[in-house]
Ligand binder design. Structure first.
Ligand SMILES: *Cc1c(COP(=O)(O)O)cnc(C)c1O
Length: 430
């Protein structure tokens, strides 16, 4: 039987860092990544046959849990009809109708193949629609890895800061590419100037751990954008169709001008989308001067999977997700506090974060101060040893799915009690 170690070693020879996305590499927690051989519902199995309760769920792409039978059937059926044509399909129209009917104020969408592509295209659209150049983004928010948005980004980019104190960025992104990008602290409403094309924000920040918007933050951004004629962009790649039927827009009651989506909407296949009013979207080719295209955009397998998932996501499903996340958050908090370790466990709907420390962070500086306490790696490995897979990076959140049962959460919480006790005694194994 092949092992994680063997695959990692072989991977390192032919794939940079052995992984196809940096956060999978375990660099910030240490050790060898587990290589998944299969997954079902709330669980993943690694190549050595170990089973984990999976709270990664592809960073939120699998909201029903893995290999949901209805999704598998939809993908199989679609594949039998051909996997890509280069011509429009009914599935694209139906999915676009479904997305627009759920998100208040969104009239049109265009389908793409990733969240990165959605955010990149939405920014181009906003610049084209306004004729302006400046982008505002917030430190610790992640909008994918297109050049202009790779400034003080969250998620795996943020991990590179650990121990160095250097502003995260990427080699290969020219000064010119980010010259028009303004990075500001989250949760403070800036005074905008009239050269701003678009203000990009994660309406609930979920790439620096979970940082919720303070009352008035999103409302303030809306008012400032209106005052100077800038567009407001909600990056709902995580929050979309997870925080509720209409995502963060509906849950928080503030309407942006432009949206981007990813993760949940592809049902586990590569898919993203960006949308807006018909007026804003009319700037896109073939109607308008903003060019955007994709050979695999609106892919028939991805639309079939995405539609199957969305149709299952009614208010009952969200109530169930909320309850699962609430039990998880309460249980984790109790596990640590009863061991005498300070943690805060922020939660909004189905999204759960965990920070070591006494105060819930409100921005990236506060989130990284918590990460700098250095407790996450031992927590992560303690949980992994007890059969619970968390994201191998301190800036990610937990993604309970509809497949997680009450018994799964009890098991996660029991593991957390043991790990917390170990951490408190200071003899954790990492
Ligand atoms: C994951 C993520 C992206 C990028 O999506 P990919 O599909 O990984 O390219 C963009 N924005 C947010 C908020 C995300 O969480």
């Amino acid at each position: 039987m092949t092992t994680n170690e063997e695959l990692y070693e072989r991977g390192l020879r032919v794939i940079p860092g052995g992984v196809n996305s940096p956060v999978r590499a375990f660099r910030s927690v240490g050790g060898v990544p587990y290589f998944v051989s299969r997954a079902e519902g709330a669980h993943v199995w690694d190549v050595s046959g170990l089973r984990f309760i999976d709270l990664v769920q592809s960073y939120g792409a699998s909201i029903l849990g893995h290999a949901d039978p209805e999704v598998v059937a939809a993908i199989t059926e679609a594949a039998g009809r051909g996997s890509t044509y280069g011509a429009p399909t009914e599935g694209e129209v139906v999915l676009a109708e479904e997305l627009c009917s759920r998100v208040p104020g969104m009239e049109q969408v265009r389908l793409v193949s990733s969240g990165t592509e959605a955010a990149m295209s939405a920014v181009r659209l906003a610049r084209g629609a306004t004729g302006r150049s400046t982008i505002v983004k917030f430190a610790g928010n992640y909008h994918g890895h297109s050049d202009a948005l790779l400034a003080a980004a969250g998620s795996g980019v943020a991990e590179r800061v650990i121990g160095t104190g250097v502003v995260p960025d990427s080699a290969g992104v020219t000064a010119g590419a980010v010259a028009d990008t303004l990075v500001l602290p989250y949760n403070r409403v800036p005074t905008l100037t009239d050269d701003v094309a678009v203000v990009c924000v994660e309406p609930v920040a979920a790439n620096m751990g979970l940082v919720t918007p303070q009352p008035g933050f999103l409302e303030g951004l809306r008012a400032e954008c209106d005052r100077v004629g800038a567009l407001l962009l909600f990056d709902e790649v995580i929050t979309g169709f997870r925080l509720g039927v209409g995502g963060a827009t509906e849950r928080l009651g503030v309407r942006p001008d432009v949206w981007c989506f990813g993760k949940v909407i592809g049902g586990g296949l590569p898919m993203g989308a960006f949308g807006g009013s018909a007026e804003v979207m009319a700037n896109l080719a073939p109607l308008g001067p903003v060019y955007q295209a994709g050979t695999l955009s609106g892919n028939p397998l991805a639309t079939a999977a995405g539609l199957t998932v969305l149709r299952r996501l009614d208010s009952d499903a969200y109530a169930r997700l909320d309850a699962t996340a609430a039990a998880l958050a309460t249980g984790l908090r109790l596990a640590f506090t009863s061991a005498g370790i300070d943690v805060v466990v922020p939660r909004i709907g189905p999204l759960v974060g965990l920070f070591f420390g006494t105060q819930p962070p409100t921005d990236f500086d506060e989130a990284s101060a918590s990460v700098a306490l250095g407790r996450y790696p031992a927590f992560f490995h303690g949980m992994l040893q007890r059969g619970v897979a968390l994201a191998p990076g301190p800036y990610e959140v937990m993604f309970p799915s509809l497949a997680h049962t009450d018994a799964d959460i009890v098991q996660v919480v029991e593991a957390a009690h043991e790990v917390a006790a170990e951490l408190a005694e200071g003899h954790a194994s990492v």
